[in-house]
Write a protein of this length. Structure first.
Length: 223
């Protein structure tokens, strides 16, 4: 089948919550209304991203409780992003390569909307740390795509953590900001960025080592 010929149609996830998510998908996917197609679910990320920025803008006006709205949009983005491909496979209606392209492009849009939202509520001296954080997390995406091109294995989780855990962390962070303000976040942000960079460097080292091994095996087989 065409679907099986494209390696990007099958994501590899070893995150902590993956087994629970797979059980949830088996129950929920058949119950999703027929009028809600896989491409609708994918494109809804644009709506959630716009609302994340909107609620963050309102929270920046002084009432941090608007971040509950941003957290709700993060949860909605999780649902539509998680189920879009699974609905396509279940109904055999998925546009595999279009879905791969748009799904992961919109993942980056989602990341940018979250960073933009925090840029609105944090003071100006935190902007450079947010920019650095965006570069680091963008680096994780770049690594995944380059590794996929070299190995035909598309991994969306690393060291037991994946997109779901990332969203849980964001909702937790929003909750802490609502109750405690932004001061602690300002102090911790540089360490989060530095820690993310360290993990990214480790991931890049492991990835290039695996690709090197494959290249060397290929050379030995050619001899």
């Amino acid at each position: 089948m065409f679907r099986e010929q494209f390696a990007g149609a099958n994501k590899v996830s070893s995150s902590i919550l993956s087994p629970l998510e797979r059980r949830m998908a088996r129950r929920v996917v058949p119950a999703i209304p027929s009028w809600l197609g896989t491409h609708h679910l994918t494109m809804l990320t644009l709506v959630w991203c716009a609302l994340i920025v909107f609620f963050s803008f309102l929270a920046a006006g002084g009432d941090r409780r608007w971040l509950w709205g941003a957290s709700l949009m993060i949860f909605c983005q999780y649902l539509t992003d998680f189920f879009d491909g699974k609905v396509g496979k279940y109904r055999n209606t998925g546009l595999v390569k279009w879905g791969f392209y748009m799904d992961h492009l919109l993942d980056y849009v989602f990341l940018c909307s979250v960073v933009a939202g925090y840029a609105l509520i944090l003071p100006a001296n935190s902007q450079r740390h947010l920019f650095f954080l965006l570069a680091v997390f963008g680096g994780f995406m770049v690594n995944s795509f380059l590794a996929f091109a070299a190995t035909e294995k598309f991994s969306i989780s690393h060291m037991g953590l994946g997109p779901t855990e990332f969203r849980i962390a964001l909702i937790t962070l929003n909750t802490l900001v609502i109750f405690n303000g932004t001061r602690r976040m300002e102090k911790v942000l540089p360490y989060v960025a530095a820690g993310g960079l360290l993990v990214l460097c480790l991931l890049v080292y492991r990835t290039q080592k695996e690709i090197w091994r494959r290249d060397m095996e290929g050379k030995r087989n050619d001899e």
